[in-house]
Each structure stands twice: as structure tokens, then as C-alpha cells.
Design a binder for this molecule. Structure first.
Ligand SMILES: Nc1ncnc2c1ncn2[C@@H]1O[C@H](COP(=O)(O)OP(=O)(O)OP(=O)(O)O)[C@@H](O)[C@H]1O
Length: 255
């Protein structure tokens, strides 16, 4: 039970991690990621092991260059580890064919990025519908737009929406696919603090009410106060994992 809250950091346990998924959504097992640029070899992640549990709000905290995006890319099936494994419900992503990895990115992961990445010549509802068309069992795009608080703005283009509203569209686009896991890369990084807290509230509500697992990466220490669990990265290594039994509501967070 203790290991559940501390995460998966012990070498001796890694072999068991490969076979015993015990209800965890995702396992990162002894992952190292090396980038080579000419003669320069850079270890972006060094022997990282971590469990991600169904329905938790997990914040991965670390300074610039600590390996946060690299970790998110591996979890999201956008890149492969140099060493080690990422397991989704006990299935090793490294054994997935190209087609199965595409399925994984479409059906399992909802990505939310710092700069929204909306298609500028499509309206809000069209951006959401585009994602809905990728999956087998999407939610209703209009209902999802309503859920994120954008009822009435369905026919607006991104340029006609504020930053916070654009991020809501981006969250709706991730959510409409009804994935179990939302991966959020600095989702409030381009927003003022009031709007940022509203977006964090929305993500927390999706976690609590719709049972989505949320993994949010940030360099902003204050945001970690709302997490069920916090993972701290430094220089490609996990230096701390801790559980917060009484996370703060986003409205109480100051930065
Ligand atoms: N595709 C790549 N090719 C070469 N080096 C890379 C690549 N991606 C990341 N890196 C390097 O790996 C290290 C970790 O980068 P990463 O983007 O994961 O950090 P980060 O914690 O997300 O930083 P930030 O908060 O600035 O986005 C950095 O030194 C970075 O330069």
C-alpha cells in the first residue's frame, strides 16, 4: 500500500512491475532516454520508474531541462525509451505495432498543450468534432463544449476566443475522445493566474467527476499543491515522490 503512494522506484521490484499491473493505469519501468546529437550524448531520463494510478491527479514538477516533456512523450506513445519499458494496463508499448501505437495515442491519451494547438480556420466545435472523428466511441461534441463552459461559443474561431477559452476548446478536444488519461504539458503556462486557476479547476473536475487520470507537468511549484501525488524530477532523475492526502483546491493556490 505504501508503495502505491511512493511510486515505483525500487530496482528489485521492477521485474514484478512487468507482470503485476494490480489495477494501475500505467507503469514506467526503469526508463532511460538518450538523445544523441553528433558526438554529444544526452541522458534526458535516467533509470526512471513510476506508477500512475487510475483516477489520480499527478503533477510532475521540475525545472527547465529536467526531463518532464521527455517523460510525457514516452507515456503518450510519441517516443520510445532507449532502455526500459512503459506499460499501459500491463501491455508493453515497446511491443506495439505502428498501428497499435496509433490506436493508443488516439483512444487512450488526451493531450493538452501550453499553446492550445487549435486549427485556426476551424471553429471551436469543428476542432472538437475533428478529434471525435478519430475514435470509435466519442462523447457528444456539443455536450463536451458545454462541459468545459463554452456553450454559446461553438461557432467562434480560435482568434475570436481568449487564451483561457482556447485552452477550454483544447481540453474539449482531448476530452471528446473519452480517453482514460489526460496528459497536460504546462496547460496554464500561457495564461494569467486567474484564468490559469479556472483551467486547473476544470481539469480537477474532469478528474473527480469523470474519473479521468490527469498527469500535469509544470515547473510551477505552486500548482503541485492541488495534486494527489507529486513527482519531482531533477536532471533526468526522480528525486522525490510524495502523496498529498489533502490537496488544496486550485482557487486557494497563489503564484
Ligand atoms: N529531441 C531531442 N533531441 C535532443 N535533445 C533533446 C530532445 N528532447 C529533449 N532533449 C534534451 O533533453 C533534456 C530534457 O528536456 P525536456 O524537454 O524533457 O525537459 P523539460 O523538463 O520538459 O524542460 P522545459 O520545462 O524547458 O520544457 C534537455 O536537455 C533537452 O535539451
Amino acid at each position: 500500500m505504501l508503495g502505491r503512494f511512493l511510486g515505483w522506484t525500487h530496482h528489485a521490484a521492477s521485474k514484478q512491475a512487468m507482470t503485476d499491473s494490480s489495477g494501475d493505469l500505467l507503469r514506467v519501468v526503469q526508463v532511460t532516454k538518450v538523445f544523441q546529437m553528433g558526438e554529444v550524448i544526452l541522458e534526458a531520463l535516467k533509470d526512471v520508474s513510476l506508477d500512475i494510478y487510475e483516477g489520480e491527479f499527478l503533477v510532475v514538477l521540475g525545472p527547465s531541462g529536467s526531463g518532464k516533456s521527455t517523460l510525457l512523450n514516452l507515456i503518450g506513445g510519441l517516443d520510445r525509451p532507449t532502455v526500459g519499458h512503459v506499460l499501459y494496463r500491463g501491455m508493453d508499448l515497446s511491443t506495439f505495432s505502428h498501428g497499435k501505437l496509433t490506436w493508443y495515442r488516439r483512444e487512450v491519451i488526451g493531450f493538452v498543450f501550453q499553446f492550445y494547438n487549435l486549427i485556426s480556420n476551424l471553429t471551436a466545435i469543428e476542432n472538437v468534432m475533428l478529434a471525435a472523428n478519430l475514435v470509435t466511441s466519442p462523447l457528444d461534441p456539443y455536450e463536451v463544449l458545454e462541459k468545459v463552459g463554452l456553450r454559446g461559443r461553438a461557432n467562434s474561431f480560435p482568434a475570436q476566443l481568449s487564451g483561457g477559452e482556447q485552452q477550454r476548446v483544447a481540453i474539449a478536444r482531448a476530452l471528446v475522445k473519452n480517453p482514460p488519461l489526460l496528459l497536460c504539458d504546462e496547460p496554464t503556462g500561457a495564461l494569467d493566474d486567474v484564468t490559469g486557476r479556472q483551467i486547473l479547476r476544470l481539469l480537477l473536475d474532469l478528474c473527480r467527476e469523470m474519473k479521468k487520470t490527469v498527469v500535469l507537468i509544470t515547473h510551477n511549484t505552486a500548482i503541485s499543491q492541488m495534486a494527489d501525488r507529486v513527482v519531482r524530477l531533477r536532471s533526468g532523475r526522480i528525486v522525490e515522490v510524495f502523496h498529498q492526502p489533502h490537496p488544496l483546491p486550485p482557487e486557494s493556490i497563489q503564484w
